[in-house]
Write a protein that binds this ligand. Structure first.
Ligand code: ZN
Length: 621
């Protein structure tokens, strides 16, 4: 195993600011001083409880309890092992790492499966790209198709690494084998059909994608994790998915389509006030938007939009414009999107193309460029206006019965919004668009909610999972209290190590085990210092606890006083049961002069004296 030098890790942590690491994944807002907060990447939430302390180098979520440093953050969000996370950060921020001698550098065997899959997708992207650029008849054909048929530029193909899977090709398999990916990675990457038991050779590795235009799918961090392959005239007849216009990579350890939005990695840095995300139906629509300068376009992966995708979106910006085809399939999809958007706390608007034009966004932008976007925006509909528009048949616009039925359908949609303020606003919008009295609708909606929850006036239940409660709260208890004080005031550690019997510590608790370990180090003058604690921490659980304790700064209280109270309580916890036991034994003895009795009496005096005079810590200042 390659072991990174402790000095290198220290250097890495000093030079890389946690804000810069986290900001790649979480949109952070200042919370005063060196503190920032944002929506937690580890659980679903709508109000930020994920905090980052820039000066201490820690993050902590007060919703789900996750906490840690830059390395933990990268390990968790990118699915990397410790060494891989350190290497990824070092590469990203240009820090050189040194390895312990004899431990060897990172080797291919030690890459995680996920890292291998990322690398394998990079290799495949390169391969498909080379085929797109090849000076061969199929290469010429695909470039022609891109420019003449799809009407995109070669530059756009370059920018998005658009590729081509030729109908016949042994090159991809050969390239993957040459790069010595593990069998596991090759079997799980989704680019090949493989039969169990057969050795991996270019002949046995049947290609999933043949004769198709290849669009690399990047996750929100910009890593290629999958491909969408578009059918072409060249798609061979024996392709099992011949008739499918688009074929996607299957789900793999690095690709979950319900959690991925095409182009989010680029769009997220462009979205902001006045620049909402624009949700379009397909990847090529998003590419078209990009090509005309509309850089906040994103597309779901596959047909349906999921809660996971919208939760991801919400982390970066809350405004989204839905711009789907004007055909009925597109409009139905937009209507399905609406309740999910409300549930995710997104502010949704709907861009509509005039029905007669029968245009899709792709064609619109192709013909009229970015100017068309501003026009369409001016005529965009708010969430409720769109819903009324979609649900109320135009020829029945004035029928009361129809309106009531439409309102009923809308209650289910606005019931998804969690904020009461938002719901009230929606009711008013609906009233306006249906030309009904808001008070009547409000009353009706309350009854609807009552029926939904089984009790009147109660808010509708939401399906959102509560954040996972950390298993056993390790931050409570005497040991955690002392550990907390020691971490914030290191001289206390030395004092405790010499002045408090270690047997008082309850080592069955996580905090107790850590406190024991730290005291032992301090006692032997081996305490590495708070900033180099990693070497003493053995598990993720321990790291989380330390990070959590480090995150909360003690107030202005007197540390010595708080520590003495803790020590006193620990002493009582340890000695009082012994004292009670001895008193029981004394009570059960009959005769005065029993030698065992005098020993018991002496022990009782001893214990009582100790309890009356608890140790008072002397802190070196
Ligand atoms: Zn959380």
């Amino acid at each position: 195993m390659p072991v990174i030098k402790a000095s290198s890790l220290r250097d890495l942590k000093l030079r890389v600011n946690i804000h810069d690491v986290v900001a790649r994944t979480v949109a952070l807002k200042s919370a005063g001083g060196h503190r920032f907060k944002g929506l937690c990447p580890f659980h679903t939430e709508k109000t930020p409880s994920f905090h980052v302390s820039g000066d201490k180098g820690f993050f902590k979520c007060f919703g789900c309890g996750k906490a840690g440093d830059i390395l933990n953050f990268v390990m968790e969000t990118e699915g990397l092992q410790f060494t891989e996370a350190a290497e990824a950060l070092a590469k990203r921020f240009g820090v050189n790492l040194e390895y312990e001698e004899g431990s060897g550098g990172p080797s291919r065997e030690e890459r995680s499966l996920r890292q291998e899959l990322f690398d394998l997708h990079d290799a495949a992207t390169d391969h498909y790209r080379q085929c797109f650029l090849a000076a061969t008849p199929p290469g010429t054909w695909i470039r022609d198709y891109w420019v003449k048929n799809r009407r995109f530029t070669p530059e756009l193909a370059e920018e998005f690494m658009i590729g081509f899977a030729p109908p016949e090709d042994q090159g991809l398999a050969a390239a993957v084998l040459r790069k010595k990916f593990s069998e596991d990675a090759i079997r799980q990457c989704g680019l090949f059909f493989l039969r169990d038991g057969l050795p991996l050779t270019p002949a046995t590795m049947r290609l999933r994608f043949r004769g198709r235009l290849m669009i690399p799918i990047r996750d929100h961090q910009g890593r290629v994790v999958a491909f969408t392959a578009r059918q072409l005239e060249l798609t061979p007849d024996d392709d099992p998915a011949r008739e499918a216009k688009y074929v996607n990579s299957p789900e793999t350890p690095i690709f979950t389509k319900s959690n991925l939005l095409f182009n989010l990695d680029r769009a997220r840095s462009q979205a902001g006030d006045g620049h909402p995300f624009v949700l379009v139906e397909g990847q090529l629509d998003a590419l078209r938007c990009w090509s005309v300068g509309l850089r906040t376009a994103i597309a779901p992966q596959g047909t349906s939009i999921t809660e996971g995708q919208l939760a991801l979106l919400r982390r970066y910006h809350s405004q989204v414009e839905c711009f789907f085809d004007s055909d009925s399939a597109g409009q139905k999809a937009a209507l399905r999107f609406l309740p999910l958007a409300l549930k995710a706390g997104l502010e949704a608007r709907f861009l509509m193309l005039a029905g007669a034009e029968k245009l899709d966004p792709d064609l619109l932008f192709l013909e009229r460029g970015l100017a068309a976007y501003e026009e369409v925006r001016k005529a965009s509909l708010g969430a409720m206006e769109f819903a009324v528009h979609s649900l109320l048949p135009p020829d029945a616009a004035s029928g009361t019965e129809q309106k009531v039925r439409t309102a009923q359908a809308l209650y289910a949609i606005i019931g998804q919004a969690e904020s009461d303020v938002a719901r009230t606003g929606f009711i008013q919008d609906i009233a306006r668009h249906l030309r009904m009295a808001p008070s009547a609708l409000e009353h009706d909606f309350r009854s609807y909610l009552g029926r939904q929850s089984g009790s009147r006036f109660a808010p509708a239940p939401t399906a959102e999972a509560a954040p996972p409660t950390p298993r056993g709260d390790h931050t409570r208890g005497l040991e955690a209290h002392l550990l907390f004080l020691c971490l914030h005031y290191e001289p206390l550690l030395l004092a405790l190590s010499h002045q408090m019997p270690h047997e008082w510590i309850d080592a069955t608790t996580l905090a107790g085990r850590l406190l024991n370990r730290f005291l032992a180090e301090a006692q032997h003058a081996l305490w590495p210092g708070r900033d180099q604690l990693d070497q003493l921490l053995e598990s993720q659980e321990e790291k989380t606890l330390v990070a959590t304790l480090l995150f909360d700064a003690p107030g202005d209280e007197d540390v010595a006083k708080m520590a003495n109270e803790g020590v006193r309580a620990m002493q009582r916890r340890f000695l009082e049961p012994q004292l009670r036991q001895i008193e029981l034994e004394i009570a059960s003895k009959g005769a005065i002069g029993d030698p065992s009795l005098s020993s018991l009496l002496k022990q009782r005096t001893d214990l009582t004296r100790q309890l009356v005079n608890p140790p008072k810590l002397t802190l070196a200042s």
